[in-house]
Design a protein. Sequence first.
Length: 484
Amino acid sequence: MRPAPTILHLDMDAFYASAEQAAKPSLRGKAVVVGGLGPRGVVATASYEARRLGVHSAMPTAQARRLAPNAAYLVPRFSLYRTVSDQVMELLGRLSPLVEPLSLDEAFVDLEAGGTADDSASARATGEGLRTAIHAVTGLSGSVGLAGSKMLAKIASEEAKPDGLLLIEPGTERELLAPRSVRILPGVGPATGDHLRRAGMTTVHDLAEAGEAELVRLVGKAHGHGLYRMALGLDDRPVVAERDAKSVSVEDTFDVDLHDRVRVRAEVERLAVRCVERLRAADRSGRTVVLKVRRYDFSTLTRSETLRGPTDDPTVVREAAGRLLESVDTTGGVRLLGVGVTGLADYTQEDLFAQAADARELAQRAQDHSSPPVEGGEESVPEPEPDSAELLAARRWPAGHDVHHEEHGHGWVQGSGVGRVTVRFEEPWSAPGRVLTFRVDDPLLRPADPLPLVRDAADYSSWPASLPKSRSGADSSGGGESSP
């Protein structure tokens, strides 16, 4: 534990949904749900308006539609989210050389290592300045937690949501944690929480009072020891600038169970190629190929094969995945397939000439429009059947994605069906736009790249030195929560 709250945790507020609202003036203040839209789609992010209706992340989209039938349901636009994430991470990098990204919208920052904070006042001023910079550069809001440890900084940012800042003064950790539910602690999920509840422990105070020996008896040595330390507010984990990936994988969930064994094999081979593309993009290789199969009854099977040495050869990975598939019974139907590579290394032991040939094969597959790669994320969309005009239209015109019409300008897809696509024409900085409908094959309409969320962003090239210290004008001394 540090004597000053110099560990910062940033968590962007409802990131995907907030980015969509910022990009689409007509959706501001309205319920927005981002995720997979098929029968087996899953919610990736819900706006706060949708959350008030009971919608939350990881919920089946079909259930979300029952709770919020009038919400806007959009397919994720990962290119936009990555662009905004890069802007945010670049701002964090100016605060310290020690930035530990956890996802596109979340990161720890060691302010002490960057010399940007050494006490509560300077930490608070830096946190408020960061929120101001993020809003000016991206148009979005983020919540900031400041504390003497990573665990408490993350708890603080969660407590500060949405669009707030909470600083936990060193020495007040146990007082803050004591009345909270045990579920606030990292690693305490529904099962562990229910197990502790049956033992009469519902608050963090209960855990601290129970003692380490009792927690070890209840949940095991490793977990019990860590749980007791967290209940006391103790966490000495450092902020790590680079976190090595342990595996690379891709998976697809299918709207309709796959029964055809030939189709299943083809999907596994396609996923193997996509996996190798990601592996090579990361300049890595791997030694163990893993196949994941979720069957019609939700049972999930994994099979793995360890090779003689690390590889990034698509043929090797594809053939290994195919062999693993032979040991899995898929006759009842398959709802999800995944291919991954673990045991990562930064070198290979394959023939260089074979690699060159397979690189050409990867390039050829990328150009083959009959089996294009699918964007990864919380929910992947399967390949449409070639004879399904509706699925082809939905794939070309995903709800929420950007389009450009030669006469009407930039817009986004509200929906498609029955050979038509409905578009709302508006830009992030315009008023809510009008809605027009076109044939799905209209030659004047084409997919487009996302527009920036802020057209005339303020110049923060000299930040943080020149940044105003407080976004809200609140007193920057002392601890506690600042108003958003």
